[in-house]
Design a protein around this ligand. Sequence first.
Ligand SMILES: [Zn+2]
Length: 259
Amino acid sequence: MLRQHSANGVTYFTFPELTEYGLYHVIGSRVGGVSPEPFASLNVSVSVGDTAENVRENRRRLGEILGITPDQFVTAWMIHGNTVARVNGEHRGQRIPYCDALITDEPGVALFMTFADCVPIIVYDPTHKAVGLAHAGWRGTAAGVLQNTLHAMQQAFGSEARETVVAFGPSIGVCHYEVGPDVMEAFRLLGRATPAFQPGHEGHAYLDLVETNRRMARNAGVSQVLESKYCTACHTDVFFSHRAERGRTGRFGVLVMLA
Ligand SMILES: [Zn+2]
């Protein structure tokens, strides 16, 4: 379960278990920023129509929680794919093109991504002191972005899945995520994940993104999985939800950094 915090008016969350491991992380919300509707108010995405000035101030407020500035963030140009990029201090201030997961073993390198329904996934290896951050909507989930992240960390840092903690942040819950035949077919064809569907209206199903990714983690051998228990679409007072707000909304940020 997430723990809620407030700092200078900004509402954010942490996983107590990750904090105990010594991992710096901030799961942002939409509360405590400067942006107007429909980005009110802590939008941290430059791709939704908000001004660069607002986004910069909002990112500054998130970074301040960890004592860093946005020019230290390494972020990703996300494409709902399964590509993983290994980054280090040289990438500070950069937006890595065409990837949906970032991994590092370098302390002080802040991995940063933006979300509004897709699952934020933090992967932490306390043994080898390495961390990953991934973005998993249905496309990334079906394409195995979590599986690829675990594999990339194993290759790069020697991270064993059984020693790794996987934490799923706030994302759209099965209660709000009805999908059509195209999505069901994509999971069948790609076969990287065993999707968790519940019956929906005719020809449709409700997709449980977190449970689907939990199965992927379990199949990979991960023993410790943490969940936020927040559905973004149920809690649009706290989080942005692309689906619940029909595309006109902002993104909240997730920031992770090795101490
Ligand atoms: Zn919901």
